[in-house]
Design a protein around this ligand. Structure first.
Ligand code: FRU
Length: 545
């Protein structure tokens, strides 16, 4: 915007110069140009003030699923966004479908995102789409679930293997080192399912009396957890399960439902996610519905900060490990209290942000109105000033033309002055010209007086005034009013004009001409001549010959 306006100013400047040289009324037009430039500069300043924006980033967030855990994370991302006004978030949820996630990633990239955050549904299936995004030059943050490619800018997750291992330890100890455990897996091929399973298996293998009676393939959802456990229960009605390890809290709840429906209240249950709030893992543990859970941190705000650091070229960690912790009946209450308190504060912050937002919007509107009013005023003043200058220019031009023609005329021709051409001028201008014509008699006399005496280098304004039967001041006022120039200036113009004629029509040297027209120094004559006609006296000779 600023550049455009500067370009316009330059063009206008060029045009103005052209006009200036053409019309030979430089000072007036220079003044007009300066004024125009100032006005344009003011407008440029106003407009650049309106468009002074920092760089805008679009971040695409591709979530593999849509559930309470993802919701919490997306909310945190949005919260983090409060601190980055120049960042826009675009969310996409694939509802556990590889194909959908691939399409969503491709279309986010096609929309021109600046960075991609992705939680890939499965390890292998989503990699080609992520690779495509990365290869197109977009930074990629892989979050929480892994791919089998190294094409990413940063990776952020909790340690899923360690969580599985600690859960295995917990279950084994809770059962006193002996008992039957049923494992309900997360989605096949997704890295947390694989790693949690590995950690769990590695832990329980140190307890020979712990028997994993089955590892059922789930998909992270409560419904599937329920279905597969119900089917398994039907097939194994006599197996006395002591503990169910759901790979997330939702699977554990589905499994519990199936057991209860089958009239089996023997097992204990644990899961992973440990969300706060209603039906969250922490609450379920506190209410003794689950025996344990594991906090699987969402950390959306940290994720966004990482993204912004990458976009702004700040230093960042390529791999970030998020802290997690087991939730049992011993700490569930404290954790709940803390998280509830945090959520309360977050809600307050949210409200505060909403208030600040609407205040800022109001402020923006007010500022816009003020700028528009100011801009309008500047434009109005500009138009008025230009109009004034235009009129002034016309009047001065007319006056100069009149003076020139008066100076050229002979005494006998004076009556014709009353009909000096007015072109298409308005009534006011005609009246003014009549006034000017009325002074022509005075002016013609003045011209005669000047021309008769201009050879005299000693000639003073007093001499001219007394020849006109006026005081020096009266003469000055009258001449100035009619011509806009002082008597001394007109005397010099008359001398130069006579000099010009003499150079054209005689063989006198430049010095002789200078003395002849009342200059005391030829060099000064040369200087004044150049100022008046733009050429040197010698050049007149050159032209003439
Ligand atoms: C949320 C979720 C969690 C689970 C995680 C594994 O979409 O299913 O319940 O812990 O993903 O990636």
């Amino acid at each position: 915007m600023r550049k455009k306006i500067i370009a316009v100013v330059l063009v206008v400047r060029k045009k103005m110069y052209f006009c200036t040289n053409f019309t030979n009324h430089s000072s007036l037009y220079m003044r007009q140009e300066l004024l125009l430039l100032t006005l344009f500069a003011a407008l440029a300043w106003i407009c650049s003030g309106c468009s002074n924006r920092e760089k805008h980033y679009i971040i695409g967030v591709s979530q593999c699923s849509e559930d309470t855990w993802r919701d919490k994370q997306n909310d945190e991302l949005r919260m983090g966004n409060y601190f980055h006004n120049n960042v826009e978030l675009r969310f996409a949820a694939a509802y556990d479908s590889d194909q959908r996630q691939i399409e969503q990633i491709d279309s986010l990239v096609a929309c021109g995102i600046d960075l991609l955050i992705v939680a890939p549904n499965q390890v292998a299936t989503i990699s080609p789409a992520i690779d495509r995004a990365y290869d197109s030059g977009i930074p990629v943050i892989v979050f929480e679930r892994k791919t089998n490619s190294r094409k990413f800018t940063a990776f952020m997750s909790a340690d899923n293997y360690e969580m599985g291992r600690q859960m295995g330890e917990y279950i084994a100890k809770r059962l006193g080192g002996s008992g039957k455990v049923l494992e309900v897996m997360g989605l096949k091929g997704s890295s947390p399912a694989i790693e949690r399973h590995n950690g769990f298996t590695d832990a329980v293998k140190h307890y020979p009396q712990i028997e994993v009676v089955a590892t059922l393939q789930g998909d992270w959802t409560e419904e599937t957890g329920y279905d597969i456990v119900r089917n398994w229960k039907k097939a194994h009605p006599d197996v006395a399960v002591d503990f169910v390890f759901g790979m997330n809290d939702r699977s554990a709840i589905g499994a519990r439902q199936a057991f209860l429906e089958a009239g089996d209240s023997r097992p204990l249950y644990c899961g992973i996610d440990g969300l706060p709030g209603k039906n969250g893992g922490i609450t379920l543990v506190n209410d003794s519905i689950l025996d344990a859970s594991f906090i699987y941190p969402t950390n959306g705000d940290r994720l966004l900060q990482l993204a912004v650091d990458i976009l702004e070229g700040k230093p960042y960690k390529k791999e970030t490990l998020m802290m997690s912790a087991i939730v049992t009946h011993d700490n569930a209450r404290v954790l709940l209290m803390q998280t509830e308190e945090t959520m309360r504060q977050v809600k307050n912050l949210d409200r505060l942000h909403e208030m600040a937002d609407s205040y800022l919007k109001e402020l923006d509107t007010q500022r816009m109105i003020t700028w528009m009013a100011f801009g309008g005023l500047v434009l109005l003043i500009a138009v008025l000033v230009l109009l004034y200058l235009y009129k002034l220019g016309k009047t001065t031009l007319r006056r100069e033309r009149m003076v020139n023609s008066l100076w050229e005329l002979k005494q006998e021709e004076l009556p014709a002055l009353n009909t000096v051409s007015t072109e298409n001028d308005s009534e006011g201008e005609e009246a003014e010209e009549e006034g000017l014509a009325a002074t022509s008699v005075f002016f013609a006399r003045f011209k005669d007086v000047v021309e008769a005496r201009l050879e005299n280098s000693e000639l003073s304004v007093e001499d001219l005034a007394s020849a006109m039967n006026l005081s020096r001041v009266q003469l000055y006022r009258k001449v100035k009013a009619v011509t806009g120039a002082s008597p001394v200036e007109l005397l010099r113009t008359a001398r130069l004009k006579r000099g010009y004629q003499m150079l054209m029509t005689t063989d006198m040297s430049i010095s002789e001409v200078a003395y002849k027209v009342g200059f005391t120094a030829p060099s000064y004559f040369t200087k004044c001549f150049k100022d008046e006609y733009g050429i040197l006296p010698g050049e007149v000779r050159g032209r003439n010959s």
